[in-house]
Design a protein. Structure first.
Length: 469
């Protein structure tokens, strides 16, 4: 249980709208079975991807060494904006939809590696070791979607026709994710974002008026693309061969869900991580990103696993972190980049990410796949990687919450901390935790530091102070 990779519940797969991913006669097949297509194509369109080439690459020797990052990743000039993210947008007299400058990052941060797409086979040679190492990558020019069509916001409105979609509203420019169903700890929780349903053309018009008139608050469209049979012809034009062969070559599950993001200029998604592999395609406009390894878990101070903001960092913004509340964050090493239309970002399982739209109505689409499970066929390893120990952290915390009652989670963790500091070795909670850590071969002299880092700064605080991000 401690070693298991937690999985986010899959979003509704494209099969519901439907895009079924199946294997037949030695091929990977993508089939769409929507009512709108049934009359014209016997219920489906099919994209066939030969498996032979992918399997050969998977069995091949070490992949060709890819080129080093290109000079400059789209960043340059400009300082970080203030908390509203939009104040530094333009000088007086500039257009209401003028873009923002990217943030300036600390010198020890690193630019995300960038490569240019040439062929799918070359991409697979790059992606296999990149995935094994678990490092992000930006691939330019993959043509997953036709970015020229999407450059006009009316294209999105035309695709979704009269459908109402999920539109989030915030009094600031920050859009913190939360799930009230996950409030197992029964925390007092103030929702930072309100969710509404709105047609795309109405969203676009209202978003423009908000910027033109200088009104406070921001809007963000986020729609799972299941159930949208009206987009079947659009889906048929997407680069599924690249997506499917990449997922197969890296040993992931097939891309079973995706989501559309459309945001106003300056909107931010606070630091969080997903428990899935993500191929993130930038469709329109510029978006800046900062990402941190999964192993920076305690440096990013996640909310408790029993909190509605589980998987979210209390640090929120890496641009304006509260180092008094979260001092270990300054030890984290971020990786940064700016995505332009046509860029495909590989975001590995667990990597923390913060995103901000530099352009108004920047559009992105995520393609999620499940991550392969840990290989324990040869038994428990003698030495655990930092990645595996990070999974142990989350699973151990969840086990404590489950066993002692999620509504008592805060008190249980504080009691554990006090038992460590006061050397109360007979404390039953501490004894249980030590036995679990011994099972994953953690030496006794390393256990106290491991546990205290898990607790300090995360429990016994007012979490609502950090919800907005």
């Amino acid at each position: 249980l401690l070693l298991a990779a937690p999985r986010q519940p899959a979003r509704q797969p494209l099969g519901r709208l439907g895009c079924a991913l199946t294997r037949a006669e030695g091929h990977l097949t993508v089939a769409t079975t929507t009512s709108s297509w049934a009359a014209r194509s016997v219920g489906c369109w099919v994209l066939v991807v030969p498996v032979v080439a992918t399997m050969a690459l998977a069995a091949a020797a070490a992949a060709t060494q890819a080129s080093a990052p290109s000079d400059g990743s789209g960043l340059g000039g400009g300082g970080a904006c203030d908390a509203q993210g939009d104040v530094c947008a333009s000088v007086a007299g500039e257009a209401w939809d003028a873009g923002l400058q990217p943030s300036t990052w600390p010198e020890h941060y690193k630019a995300i590696r960038r490569v240019k797409f040439t062929t799918i086979d070359k991409l697979l040679e790059i992606m296999r070791p990149q995935s094994e190492e678990g490092m992000p990558l930006i691939v330019e020019g993959t043509k997953i979607m036709n970015v020229e069509n999407w450059s006009n916001p009316s294209h999105t409105a035309g695709l979704l026709k009269d459908r109402a979609v999920l539109v989030k509203r915030s009094q600031s420019n920050k859009f913190r994710y939360f799930d009230l169903k996950k409030n197992a700890g029964k925390y007092e929780f103030r929702q930072p974002v309100q969710e509404t349903q709105q047609k795309v053309d109405a969203f676009v018009e209202e978003a423009e008026n908000m910027l033109r008139e200088g009104r406070p608050g921001r809007m963000y469209l986020q729609e799972t693309l299941s159930g949208h049979s009206e987009m079947a012809e659009e889906f048929a034009t997407w680069g599924w061969e690249t997506l499917i062969r990449t997922s197969h070559a890296c040993g992931w599950g097939l891309p079973d869900s995706n989501e559309l993001f459309v945001g106003m200029r300056g909107v931010e998604t606070p630091l969080h991580f997903d428990e899935r592999e993500n191929l993130f395609f930038q469709v329109r406009g510029l978006k800046e990103i900062a990402v941190f390894p999964f192993t920076d878990y305690t440096r990013l101070y996640p909310f408790p696993t029993s909190h509605p903001c589980d998987r979210q960092s209390m640090v929120g913004s890496p641009v304006t972190p509260n180092l008094e509340a979260f001092p270990r964050f300054q030890e984290a090493v971020g990786h940064y980049g700016t995505l332009k239309a046509g860029d495909l970002l590989y975001l590995p399982y667990g990597w923390w990410h913060w995103l901000r739209n530099l352009d108004h109505l920047a559009i992105s689409v995520s393609f999620w796949s499940t991550t392969p499970p840990s290989d324990l066929s040869k038994g428990i390893p003698d030495v655990f990687s930092e990645h595996m120990l990070t999974r142990v952290r989350r699973n151990l915390e969840s086990l404590i919450a489950t066993q002692h009652g999620p509504e008592n989670h805060n008190q249980s963790m504080l009691k554990l901390r006090d038992a460590i500091l006061n050397k109360e070795e007979q404390d039953p909670v501490l004894q249980q935790v030590r036995s679990l850590l011994a099972a994953v071969k953690m030496l006794p002299e390393n256990q106290d530091g491991f546990l205290l880092q898990q607790i300090e700064g995360r429990f016994g605080i007012d979490w609502n102070e950090h919800v907005e991000g």
